[in-house]
Design a protein around this ligand. Structure first.
Ligand SMILES: [Zn+2]
Length: 190
């Protein structure tokens, strides 16, 4: 889409949306009706499909998204968001929902770094980060196996030192075409 029109289209639509009071049918509170927090992927195919496939409407869940539905650091912003959802926003269960055919599956860092260079990031910048102890390749790396990745993220959440007892953490993988869920970790059994 033309760079000069995307934002303008959004703003035009937004004005009409608000003026027509279309927001009224979405009115709810910040506390999830279904008392859960979901971590899933930013994949475009899941934007509407995932809520529909799980029967979620506005207000039903706290939804956290990133590339790959990954908790890659126990003290990063994803884990912080999950803890805030539990302690401050009444979430009582956690669902990690990755998906098949994810862009982070088998992601190889080298072509991404090549793209960065092609877009003007200098070799020197890459080297400087490298010398500073930042392993960019490792940092960009997604996962090799979606099932193992979900199990790993569930484990990080489940065993986080700040997680209270008695919060089920479930792990699932969704089909980005049909919306079918495969259960990987049943948090009630764990
Ligand atoms: Zn994905």
């Amino acid at each position: 889409m033309n760079k000069l029109t995307l934002l303008n289209e959004i703003l035009d639509h937004n004005k009409k949306f608000v003026e027509a009071h279309e927001y009224e049918k979405y009115e709810t509170t910040k506390f999830p009706n279904k008392r859960m927090v979901i971590l899933t992927c930013m994949d475009t195919r899941l934007l509407e499909l995932l809520p529909k496939a799980l029967n979620l409407g506005n207000g039903d869940a706290k939804l956290i998204k990133n590339a790959g539905a990954l908790v890659s650091h126990p003290f990063g912003s994803i884990m912080r968001s999950i803890l805030i959802a539990i302690y401050q926003l009444k979430a009582e269960e956690v669902l990690v929902i990755a998906h098949y055919d994810c862009g982070m599956s088998g992601l190889i860092a080298e072509p991404v770094i090549e793209s960065m260079k092609a877009r003007g990031i200098s070799e020197e910048t890459i080297d400087t980060l490298d010398y500073s102890g930042i392993d960019i390749k490792q940092w960009l790396h997604g996962f090799d196996n979606v099932t193992e990745s979900v199990e790993q993220s569930v484990n990080i959440i489940k065993h986080h030192p700040l997680m209270p007892n008695g919060v089920p953490v479930h792990g699932l993988v969704i089909d980005p075409k049909t919306g079918k869920l495969d259960l990987i970790v049943d948090g009630y059994q764990a």
